[in-house]
Design a protein around this ligand. Structure first.
Ligand code: ACO
Length: 429
């Protein structure tokens, strides 16, 4: 018998198995706790709950480590590209040349969305939030995939992944054009995934945008850095929805909705709003930091802090360097970058942030790069979503192929009223 943990409640005890991960992480398996002790665990916000065993991504938040399938994020960001990293996440191994070529071909084959989807797009008001459009359009696009929509056969996962990844990119760019009231630009078969996205975003009819390879590389790197982050809010949502045997499109659309929240992917928009307010003179870096520390002000330093990282977020470090590179290449001097650096400097030397181990997260600098590329603020979270799609697919797949998988259904500690008799309306109040 392996290691166990002993839990005692009111003089009665139970031995609980210990599960050790490949990086020596220790978990206490409480699956039998309720059956044997009549008790459950309570962990509001899941800060201490391992919801599953997963082989996709490893994070050590204390050491600032992030690895996809064992490969350090720094290596992937420098040496890989988004499609190769996506393949790695979904299939577990880096692709061989023929495997990569086949996957790329699938992406090209599925880059068009059905023309009828343009009617769905046209129905949104011009100021519709792009994340609302994206989630709705993913489900709408699923309706045109009747051959695979309800497939749970793992042999189809490559084709399903390619359809979603490729079409999400086309939908995202189309929603941007819709927002501008401009004609939608069709994808090109002669371009890489990321260059093709930039083409659909920035080309105009009869006026092709030819993206600079360095800019393509910067966006590609952003996608790699956002591609997975183990059991975060949106990925847990995808797994939760997938556990009900919901199809991949529905599960990914649910992930988009979770990512939309300002405490999650929506933080990249909030960071820019915060930096703009400081720039416009409403606050200085110092006065904003003071406000954040005042609990009555209910303000947060957006782009700072993380549930898992209690040390630097390795993605933020890579993005900060890329930010200097991209702005230098484009010859842009963005005052928001200076403000961001000042805020970081002030926070890293402030006991409030030091004691709480709050460091810049992935969202702190990413918006400044996207702004420099001409991507409007309300598209930032959509950019995050495009990057995160492969991670969501990898996790949905893990749930889908798990032979011991059960529907995810947490329990609760009920704190409402106890049994009471129904009162007729005339006797209430
Ligand atoms: N600014 C000021 N104080 C903060 C911040 C922040 N950004 N983040 C956490 N704190 C404080 C909390 O108020 C709390 O203080 P207390 O102990 O005095 O009550 C302490 O640090 C611990 O914070 P928690 O709220 O327990 O951290 P939690 O793990 O629940 O939340 C989160 C993590 C949501 C990321 C939080 O740090 C936050 O809101 N950050 C700003 C939003 C943001 O950047 N989100 C993007 C995260 S990355 C991603 O999802 C892609």
């Amino acid at each position: 018998m392996g290691q166990t943990a002993t839990l005692a409640i009111n003089g009665k005890s139970v031995e609980l198995p210990i599960v050790v991960g490949s990086e020596k992480e220790v978990g206490v398996d409480i699956a039998q706790l309720r059956a044997k002790m009549g008790a459950i665990t309570l962990d509001d916000g899941y800060g201490n709950t391992g919801a599953c065993a997963s082989a996709v991504t490893f994070i050590d938040g204390e050491k600032g480590i992030l690895r996809y399938r064992g490969y350090p994020i720094e290596d992937l960001a420098e040496k890989s590209n988004f499609i190769e990293s996506a393949y790695l996440l979904i299939f577990g191994e880096l692709p061989t040349s023929p495997q990569l070529a086949e996957f790329k071909q699938h992406l090209t084959d599925y880059q068009f969305i059905h023309e009828d989807l343009q009617h769905a797009l046209a129905g949104f008001p011009p100021n519709a939030p792009p994340m609302a459009i994206l989630s709705a359009m993913i489900n709408a696009a699923g309706c045109f995939e009747s051959d695979l929509l309800e497939s749970h056969d793992d042999k189809n996962i490559g084709e399903m992944a390619a359809r979603i990844m490729s079409r999400v990119r086309t939908i995202a760019a189309a929603s941007f054009k819709k927002h501008l009231g401009r004609p939608i630009i069709y994808p090109r078969s002669d371009m890489s995934y990321t260059a093709n996205f930039l083409h659909m975003m920035f080309s105009k009819p009869y006026e092709n945008y030819e993206p600079d390879p360095e800019i393509v590389r910067a966006v590609d790197q952003l996608f790699i850095l956002h591609a997975d982050h183990e059991q975060n809010c949106s990925t847990s949502t995808v797994r939760m929805v997938g556990s009900a045997k919901a199809n991949l499109w529905a599960s990914v659309a649910a992930g988009v909705c979770a990512l939309w929240g300002p405490l999650h992917g929506g933080a990249n928009m909030e960071v820019i709003d915060m930096l703009k307010r400081i720039h416009e003179g409403d606050d200085t870096a110092q006065s904003f930091i003071a406000k954040v520390k005042d609990k009555n002000a209910h303000a947060k330093l957006m782009g700072f802090g993380h549930r898992v990282y209690k040390n630097f977020d390795p993605r933020a470090q890579i993005i900060k360097k890329a930010c200097d590179r991209v702005l230098g290449k484009l010859g842009i001097k963005d005052p928001l970058l200076e403000i961001a650096k000042k805020l970081e400097e002030a926070a890293l030397h402030d006991s409030y942030f030091v004691e709480r181990k709050l460091y810049p997260n992935v969202d702190f600098y990413s918006g400044i790069i996207m702004r420099a590329l001409g991507i409007p603020t309300d598209m930032f979270t959509v950019m995050f979503a495009i990057g995160r799609i492969p991670g969501w697919i990898a996790h949905w797949r893990e749930v889908n192929v798990n032979p011991h998988g059960r529907i995810n259904r947490p329990r609760q500690i009920y704190t409402g009223p106890t049994l009471r008799p129904y009162a007729p309306i005339e006797k209430r109040g």
